[in-house]
Each structure stands twice: as structure tokens, then as C-alpha cells.
Ligand binder design. Structure first.
Ligand SMILES: [Zn+2]
Length: 466
């Protein structure tokens, strides 16, 4: 996928290019460290260049958080008192915002009359008061999006709007569930309005080597018109070239017709996350942000937003971004294993002892296309990583399950979404004072029977007696 609509920028050396080209996403400049520690054969699997808008970022164009002042799709809304801003969101601001989005036009809204939904910013007074060292606790709830009820929806929204604008019909991804589910569901809603030859196709590739993806999950994707391809990769990375070859072999579609949108590779989703974080962080100004890290797409979006806000003095340098990874097999450990120069930067509080692996199938896995970006982020002093153990995940489950039916807030979460909450609770152990915590709830999409049983064990799925 090549587009003149977006510039590309290397996250590591900051070099910009006029055109965004998804076939050359790892920076090869001599003095750039983006490919440090990578072997030649590994290079096509990783990226350092991300899309950026051609227009200059204007924070004043981001919508207010108060929903009474704007009706912008995809951006956060809140009913928490204290976020009313003076004046109305103007047509002029709306126009500037449109120029910042990673697609030409919101065709899903305009032509197909669809809405993505909005993440909701909640304040939990009870969660805040139960934690001695925390003054205020806020939750940015991605389960409020309307398609997969997860963080994948704004990503899919950006991908499909971009694909419709650029007339790209074939979207392929390597997925463990929610990314393929969200994309298929939106594509299906669009396809109802399109003649056969113009329809969107979503190809979801699964690795049958680890059958953590149950039949139940792949069925949900097929139900929404997605194509399922199971391949046996022996646990190896399934790179874009192999995905394209698979699709060619089965559907005779040439590789230049296929856009590989494996989570983290798609770029436009990351840009969307960045804008949402810029909106929320510039207005909420939290002291600590807790984000689950799987492929790190959401995390890198938060990182890019925070970096901009700290560098431009909108937020103090003491603001912390805490990435929460599951204990054991995770992208952070893969970075440490492969890097000769990086020192471990684990946040204290959570135990680094082996207290069991948590059940977080959406976050487990060493490979991410964004590995070199995540590695680069760890050089910033405001970033810390925290490993979540089975014990702290259960702690978070119990805390939220007790909380969930009180009038304070109600969010739905799957086991992997507990990572951010676990990191906040674990932060208690190191005695650090947290002025205002923002925890990201990544939502509840497609879950396996194992995940369902785990939630029931904490009574998170308990019914209220009639
Ligand atoms: Zn570079």
C-alpha cells in the first residue's frame, strides 16, 4: 500500500518521507538505530516508520471530552464533572481535525451511515479510595466501542476508511482473534451496500501450531464474512510476504493487491490511537498512564502522544507511561533477549519472582512488528514496564468484580484487559505516590472457554438477582 495522503516518519531517527509506503517500513538510514540487533533475514518482519498527517498537529482541534460539546466519532467522551471547556467545538476545529485523521474521509460514516462508537472516560472514586497511594483513578474504557467492544475498533475504522478511499479491497492479517473479528464485522456492514466486485475481503491467518485460538473464536470471524486460513508455521513469525503468498495460492490475488494489516503493521491504526491519546492526555493530564502491551500498538500510540506532550511542555516530564506485559512470554522479554545494549527497566512493585503466568492470551507472544519501536521507547525516562503475574491478575479480577455492580462504574473486560489494572494495583507495593492514574481497559471481545471460566471464577460474569 502506497499513499500520498500520509507522510511517513521513522520513530527512531525522526526522518520524514513524503509518501507512506507499507512495503518499506524499516528505516535503513546509516546512522539510524532502527535495525540495530536485527539479522538481515529478520528485517522484513519489523517496522520503524509510521504514518503521520501532512498537516501540522493542532491540539486545539481535538474534540472536548464533554459529550455535550461534540459528536465526533471515535474520540473519547465523558460525563465526569470538571471537563466542561469554554465555548463550543466549532466547524473550523472540526475541519482541522479532519485533516489530521489517517484517512481522507470518514466514508464509513458519510456513505454507509455507520458509527464506530466512542471510548468512555470514567472516574472511579472507589478504586481511587481503596488505593492508599492513589489520589484519583480514571479508566479509559475501550469496551464502549460498538463493533468488537475492544480497542481494535478504531484501528479497523482507520484501516477500512483508508481502504475505501484508496480502493483497496483485500485486507490480510495474522491474528489471535479480536483484530480479525473487528475488521470482518465492519467489512460485512459495508459489503451489504456494495456490488459483488467492489466488496472488501478480510483474510485472517491463524497459526495452528499453538491452538490457543479456539474454533469458537474463528467461527465468530466466519460468521461475519471473514476468510479463515490456518497455516502451520511451527511457531515461527508469519511475515507479510508469507501472508501474501498464502492468499495468492488460495485466491489468485496478486501481492500488490493485498494490504497486510497484521496488528502493528497497519500504521493507520497506530496514528488513530495517537490522536485519541493526545485528546485524552492533553485534557486529563494524568500523572501515570497504565497500558496493556501485547503487540504494543496501543502502547506505541500512547507513547507517541505522551512524547509530543512532554517535549512541548503540555505535560510535566515526571509523567509516567507504564506498559503492562504478562509474566513470561512477552515482547519486552524478547527485546531484552535480543538487545546487547538495553538495560532492563522494570518497574518495582510488581513481583519479578515467578508467581505464575497470568491468563492473557491476547498479550502473550514474543513477536511484534513494532518490536524496534517498543525498544526505542524504552530509552525514554518516562517509560517503565511492569510484568503481571497470575497472582496480581487475580487480585485485579477480584477488585473489579467487587466493584463492577456498584453504581460507581461498569466496564466489561476480558482477562487480557486486566493487565493495566494489575499494574496499578501492583504499584501500591512500591509506595510511590500517584496523583492521578489513568488505566486503559482494552475491552471484551471474542473469548475462549478458558477465558470465560477465568472471569466466572472472579464472579465478573455474575448475574444480578432479579
Ligand atoms: Zn530511522
Amino acid at each position: 500500500m502506497k499513499t500520498d495522503l500520509l507522510h511517513s516518519e521513522c520513530l527512531v531517527c525522526k526522518r520524514k518521507e513524503e509518501q507512506y509506503d507499507s512495503s518499506a517500513l524499516l528505516c535503513r538510514e546509516k546512522d539510524c538505530l532502527a535495525d540495530a540487533d536485527l539479522r538481515a533475514l529478520e528485517r522484513p518482519n519489523f517496522i520503524s516508520k509510521l504514518p503521520v498527517s501532512k498537516n501540522e498537529l493542532d491540539l486545539a482541534a481535538l474534540p472536548p471530552l464533554d459529550f455535550r460539546q461534540h459528536a465526533q466519532d471515535m474520540f473519547a467522551m465523558t460525563a465526569v464533572p470538571g471537563f466542561q471547556e469554554a465555548g463550543q467545538y466549532s466547524k473550523e476545529q472540526e475541519k482541522i481535525l479532519k485533516g489530521l485523521l489517517p484517512f481522507q474521509d470518514n466514508l464509513l460514516g458519510k456513505q454507509f451511515h455507520l458509527r464506530c462508537g466512542n471510548p468512555i472516560l470514567l472516574q472511579s472514586k472507589k478504586l481511587g479510595s481503596e488505593l492508599n497511594n492513589v489520589d484519583d483513578a480514571f479508566i479509559l474504557d475501550f469496551s464502549a466501542y460498538g463493533w468488537s467492544n475492544t480497542l481494535k475498533d478504531p484501528r479497523s475504522w482507520a484501516i477500512i476508511n483508508h481502504a475505501l478511499g484508496e480502493k483497496l479491497q483485500h485486507l490480510a492479517l495474522w491474528t489471535a482473534g479480536n483484530a480479525g473479528y473487528s475488521l470482518s464485522k465492519i467489512a460485512q456492514a459495508v459489503n451489504r451496500f456494495l456490488p459483488f466486485r467492489e466488496r472488501l475481503n478480510v483474510y485472517s491467518i491463524y497459526d495452528s501450531y499453538n491452538d490457543s485460538v479456539e474454533r469458537k473464536i474463528t467461527f465468530e470471524i466466519e460468521k461475519h464474512g471473514g476468510h479463515i486460513h490456518t497455516i502451520l508455521s511451527q511457531g515461527n513469525i508469519i511475515p507479510p510476504a508469507e501472508i501474501q503468498e498464502q492468499i495468492y495460492n488460495r485466491h489468485m490475488i496478486e501481492s500488490d493487491q493485498i494490504w497486510c494489516v497484521t496488528d502493528g503493521l497497519e500504521g493507520v491504526g497506530n496514528e488513530m490511537y495517537k490522536l485519541i491519546f493526545l485528546q485524552v492526555l492533553s485534557k486529563l493530564k494524568p500523572s501515570h498512564v497504565f497500558v496493556p502491551v501485547g503487540t504494543g500498538n496501543l502502547y506505541i500510540g500512547a507513547f507517541r502522544a505522551l512524547k509530543h506532550l512532554i517535549d512541548n511542555k503540555f505535560l510535566p516530564g515526571s509523567t509516567k507511561l507504564i506498559g503492562a506485559v504478562p509474566f513470561g512470554n512477552n515482547v519486552y522479554n524478547d527485546i531484552l533477549k535480543n538487545s546487547k545494549t538495553l538495560n532492563p527497566r522494570l518497574r518495582e512493585g510488581g513481583s519479578n519472582l515467578n508467581l505464575g503466568q497470568p491468563l492473557m492470551p491476547k498479550l502473550v507472544g514474543e513477536y511484534s512488528p513494532l518490536r524496534q519501536c517498543i525498544k526505542h521507547s524504552l530509552e525514554e525516562p518516562f517509560v517503565e514496564m511492569m510484568q503481571i503475574t497470575e497472582r496480581s491478575q487475580k487480585h485485579a479480577l477480584n477488585a473489579l468484580s467487587n466493584e463492577i455492580y456498584r453504581e460507581d462504574f461498569k466496564v466489561s473486560f476480558e482477562p487480557s484487559s486486566l493487565a493495566g489494572f494489575s499494574a496499578l494495583l501492583d504499584s501500591q507495593n512500591n509506595g510511590e505516590h500517584i496523583g492521578s492514574a489513568l488505566v486503559i481497559n482494552t475491552g471484551m471481545g471474542n473469548i475462549s472457554e478458558n477465558e470465560e471460566n477465568f472471569l466466572k471464577s472472579g464472579s465478573g460474569l455474575r448475574r444480578i438477582p432479579a
